[in-house]
Design a protein around this ligand. Structure first.
Ligand SMILES: Cc1cc2nc3c(=O)[nH]c(=O)nc-3n(C[C@H](O)[C@H](O)[C@H](O)COP(=O)(O)O)c2cc1C
Length: 203
């Protein structure tokens, strides 16, 4: 049974101890990723790419690149969320889809393609990197909440060597590993964590 978003937000907790015997089918992971792509992104350019890691040998190579965290080998799957810093190369595809879906006229799509391509191509590498990383953060949250809704536990991991991971997966330079998300079933109750009170975060 799928639950209210506020319940899911409270329920999601960083999982670090996974049941190594719990199996998650590839289609289940794909379903979560697809659900997570409902996330917003800058100009809807969707600069997120995914590598689903399940293979044991690959995990063995990944683990030392991720502070030797046991989740890498014990979770059912690791999703590497990759930020695509050449997101404007998808502008045509995305907006032609909007056109064929009837969400835009041909003229609107033509204009948007031209404008967005120019805007993003004209940005510096660092600006595009920041945009892609921000959007990767949004989809990370959506992925973990989608997992929670399906009764799957998750752990976000930023503690890894991005260059090592890029080299392990032979990624082109414009593809930057943003975050790792471990998915599976926890084997013990999650560590509870506090949050700063509202008065300390309102400026
Ligand atoms: C960007 C980011 C990087 C993180 N990196 C790690 C990590 O490498 N290893 C880990 O065990 N937890 C990691 N976490 C999980 C946080 O420690 C956790 O979200 C935080 O302590 C709050 O706990 P909660 O998620 O259970 O509410 C990361 C979380 C985020 C958002």
């Amino acid at each position: 049974m799928e639950r209210m978003i506020t319940q899911l937000m409270n329920e999601r907790k960083a999982t670090r101890q996974f049941d190594p015997n719990f199996h998650l089918a590839e289609e289940e992971v794909h379903e979560l990723i697809e659900m997570a792509t409902t996330s917003p992104s800058s100009s809807n350019l969707q600069p997120w790419r995914f590598i689903v890691v399940r293979d044991e040998d690959v995990r063995k190579q990944l683990r030392p690149l991720a502070l030797n965290q046991a989740q890498i080998e014990e979770a059912s799957a690791i999703v590497v969320i990759v930020a695509d810093t050449r997101m404007h190369e998808r502008v045509e595809q995305i907006n032609r889809m909007n056109e064929t879906s009837g969400y835009m006229t041909k003229e609107q799509a033509d204009r948007k393609i031209e404008r967005d391509y120019e805007t993003y191509e004209g940005k510096s590498d660092i600006e595009r990197f920041k945009i892609a990383m921000f959007d990767a953060g949004l989809i990370t949250m959506s992925l973990t909440l989608a997992a929670t809704a399906k009764g799957i536990d998750s752990g976000i991991m930023g503690g890894f060597d991005p260059e090592g991971v890029a080299s392990l997966f032979e990624l082109d330079e414009h593809l930057v590993p943003a975050i790792l998300v471990a998915l599976g079933k926890r084997r013990e109750e999650p560590q509870q964590t506090t949050r700063l009170p509202l008065q300390d975060i309102l400026l």
